[in-house]
Design a protein around this ligand. Structure first.
Ligand SMILES: Nc1ncnc2c1ncn2[C@@H]1O[C@H](COP(=O)(O)OP(=O)(O)OP(=O)(O)O)[C@@H](O)[C@H]1O
Length: 339
């Protein structure tokens, strides 16, 4: 649905050049909720502005719905832009217009028939749960309600893609959750592909199926949310993942273990539906190993569970080696940990 090939963007200001994007390659498929995460200055907003063609790349190629943006004439560019809706951190509503008029604005600008506008806006306000706010003004709404209006307005011209630029960053956690639920509904019920940028991994965890991590204009890691959360490779990705997946050994437990270091410590990592009981059953009955669980954590990502166990094991060394091979064969990663 959206493809970026070797896309670079360099800004020149007062003899200073900033390489905001450096040969970015990205493929966003139809139906994805694709999250781009990175710290401030990583290049996320630049990426979104290029996809929306508010700015042009310095080099490289962007295609949206199979069309090369650089090759489109102004008319076709306007047409493709209608396929892209956008919502913003600060909502960008017109304060002097009612909620109905705000949502209707893209349709009024496109000179849509009044009856069609009436029906479409009424349907959208009901969809975002604001049917009773049509005559209100933005100043009478909460942040979460304003973002709902932003979403309804973005959907007015029936886009195929929705770009979300830090759409929940100004909202409290509970409101964030309700807006993310609404975005998921937009994706599922209207089949709209979503490209979302954020600096919060919890947002990616809750609704995205794919993620790209950006740093200093580069994409340093990308993949399915489950694989990136389960096996982050780059230190920056690990830092982001640790904000939601609490799989590191807590400090207090480390301190206790340091004082009593007779036994080796092992970390077991797994993604999926293994249950603790079955694994410990095998370790005990098949390999005659006595297991003490020191710490465990489970995190739900989409429909999967990431699980980590820190264990100490008593038994024959030979049996341990056989047990670890058995676990690895069953997609359980085993690592000896030094504290
Ligand atoms: N119009 C511009 N002129 C000059 N430099 C710019 C411009 N827009 C962005 N930059 C620079 O490009 C780099 C990437 O900025 P960008 O806004 O894309 O990052 P970001 O990841 O979205 O960060 P934030 O979350 O803080 O917005 C930064 O160094 C920024 O200063």
């Amino acid at each position: 649905m959206i493809t970026l090939r070797d896309v670079s963007k360099t800004y020149h200001r007062k003899k200073i050049s900033t390489e905001a994007l450096k040969k970015i390659n990205l493929q966003i498929e139809k139906g994805d909720i694709f999250g781009v995460i990175g710290y401030s200055g990583a290049g996320k907003s630049t990426l979104v502005r290029l996809v929306n063609y508010l700015e042009r790349p310095t080099s490289g190629e962007i295609t949206v719905d199979g069309k090369h943006l650089a090759e489109l004439n102004p008319h076709n560019l306007r047409e493709i832009k209608k396929e892209i809706g956008m919502i913003f951190q600060q909502f960008n509503l017109l304060e002097s217009k009612t909620i109905f008029q705000n949502v209707a604005m893209p349709l009024i600008l496109a000179k849509t028939n009044k009856q069609v506008i009436q029906e479409r806006v009424t349907e959208l306000l009901a969809f975002v749960g604001l049917a009773d706010k049509a005559a209100s003004y933005p100043s009478e709404l909460s942040g979460g309600q304003k973002q709902r209006v932003g979403i309804a307005r973005a959907l007015a011209s029936k886009p195929k893609i929705l770009l979300c630029d830090e759409a929940t960053s100004a909202l409290d956690p509970q409101t964030t959750q309700s807006i993310l639920d609404l975005l998921k509904k937009v994706n599922e019920e209207y089949g709209i592909t979503i490209l979302l940028i954020t600096h919060e991994m919890a947002v990616i965890q809750q609704i995205c199926n794919k993620v790209a991590v950006m740093e200093e204009g580069n994409i340093i890691e990308k993949g399915s949310v489950v694989s990136v959360f389960g096996k982050p490779k780059h230190p920056t990705t690990k830092g982001f993942v640790q904000t939601v997946v609490k799989n590191e050994l807590p400090f207090s437990i480390k301190t206790k273990l340091k004082k009593n270091q007779q036994q080796k410590l092992y970390r077991l990592d797994m993604i999926g539906d293994h249950t603790m009981e079955s694994i410990f059953y095998y370790l005990f009955h098949t390999f005659q190993l006595q297991v003490t669980v020191v710490f465990t954590n489970m995190t739900e990502i989409q429909d999967s569970v990431l699980a980590v166990w820190y264990i100490q094991v008593e038994g024959e060394e030979r049996n341990k080696q056989q047990a670890w091979s058995f676990l690895v064969e069953n997609q359980v990663n085993v690592e000896e940990i030094t504290i």
